[in-house]
Write a protein that binds this ligand. Structure first.
Ligand SMILES: [Zn+2]
Length: 412
């Protein structure tokens, strides 16, 4: 049996860990690791906030299909639909949000019914911290690394609780899996809501640094190779744009277009040529963002064959967000503000303090993957997020499948 066949990998994946902050003052241990081990820096990602699907499949969002929403074809309205549409939006969305919390409602309860029924959601949402690698063997039609290696040989755990480190440390690095991924998401949540508090952020980085050191020591003790990775940093938010007000001001009736508004971009489908013309004009005059038709997405490393994910996009400049967006609802906002100490500031200011997932290449969008094994070196200069899955497979001795257009980047 060769060395790679025996190998076990533990991936400590920390979204939001910003390369600019992994310096000797904030994070001395991680800074040392990045200095002395082979590393690839992802300078090219995609305009999306949900990157796990790409990390585990090596496919782009439009290839695996997890990219928020597509347009649904219009169906007949039922009498119930008509009743719902006659009720005020704050009422229907509040009821939807309550039902959602009770586990009795589908995705995106924050969107009013008349707009929601036009959209088909393409999102992956994880809850709880159990091993969910079984559920992640495929994303859309694309096989993930968990399928290729075998779900029983893999483990994937998610935690968005920064204070769960002691428990996570205890559970992590079982040594029984070929590939174990821990997504430590608490730093990302804290960055979204507290990045303006420099002193607090430094403390979060120092605590994360100590956590990584302990995980690395456990890996060394158990003969497991550790991989440290982040897919993006966080850009401080300098301003917001009220896109809904701009849309209302256009005078275009709401039934002539469909919009889905994320924090860092909005996508549009037009149901009349007049709406397309008027709204494209409004968007092009809206500050802190740029308009891009789906045909132009090659420049954002995604070849969109048609307008299913959106005909026209409004992409915010790094450091600017759209507010209100489709994830915002006052009731939900209060709920999370009161329930989760990490998001407490939402209770009095629902706008994010930092964000990521921007289309423009900038320092906040840089990610990295480093293998804590001196026998490896990396190839290439510019790495992409789609290189991560084939690289993980390569480290375990598996060839990359045809569905992955990235490349294994670590070699002996
Ligand atoms: Zn985030």
């Amino acid at each position: 049996m060769s060395d790679t066949e025996n190998r076990k990998l533990f991936v400590c994946y920390i979204p939001g860990a910003d390369l600019r902050r992994l310096n000797p003052a904030n994070a001395p241990y991680m800074a040392g690791l990045l200095q002395s081990y082979p590393m690839m820096v992802f300078t090219r990602g995609f305009p999306t906030t949900e990157t796990l699907s790409t990390i585990i499949t090596g496919a782009r969002p439009n290839e695996h299909g997890v990219w928020q929403a597509t347009l649904r074809s219009d169906g007949q309205l039922s009498w119930m639909d008509r009743v719902m549409d006659a009720l005020p939006d704050p009422l229907t969305t509040t009821v939807q949000c309550v039902l959602y919390q009770l586990g009795r409602f589908g995705e995106m309860p924050t969107i009013p019914p008349r707009r929601r029924r036009r959209l088909e959601f393409r999102r992956v949402k994880f809850r709880g911290s159990a091993d969910t690698s079984e559920m992640l063997t495929k994303v859309g039609d694309v096989e993930s690394v968990f399928r290729i290696i075998g779900a029983t040989e893999c483990s994937y755990r998610f935690s968005d609780q920064f204070h769960a480190r002691a428990r996570l440390l205890q559970e992590a690095v079982s040594g029984t899996h070929k590939l174990e991924i821990l997504q430590f998401h608490g730093l990302d949540v804290l960055s979204h809501w507290r990045l303006d508090n420099e002193q607090a952020v430094r403390q979060y980085y120092r605590l994360t640094d100590a956590f990584v050191r302990e995980l690395h020591e456990k890996c060394q003790a158990r003969g497991v190779t550790m991989v440290l990775s982040s897919d993006h940093g966080q850009e401080t938010v300098r301003g917001t744009v009220d896109l809904r007000r701009a849309l209302r001001g256009s005078g275009v009736p709401e039934d002539e277009y469909t919009v889905f508004i994320e924090v860092m971009m909005a996508r549009f489908w037009f149901h009349s040529p007049a709406a397309r013309e008027a709204l494209t004009r409004v968007l092009s005059k809206t500050p802190h963002g740029r308009v891009a038709a789906f045909e132009e997405f090659g420049r954002y490393r995604m070849d969109l064959a048609d307008g299913r994910y959106g005909e026209v996009f409004f992409l915010m400049d790094p450091g600017y967000t759209i507010f209100p967006h489709d994830f915002y609802h006052p009731v939900v906002n209060c709920y999370f503000g009161l329930k989760d100490w990490q998001q407490r500031r939402r209770a009095h200011n629902p706008r994010h303090y930092a964000y990521h997932g921007y289309a423009t290449v900038c320092d906040a969008e840089k990610g990295f993957m480093t293998v804590l094994d001196h026998r490896y070196r990396t190839d290439g200069q510019e790495h992409e997020l789609i290189d991560m899955a084939p690289s993980l497979l390569g480290l375990l001795g598996y060839p990359k499948p045809a569905s992955m257009s990235g490349h294994p980047r670590f070699h002996r």
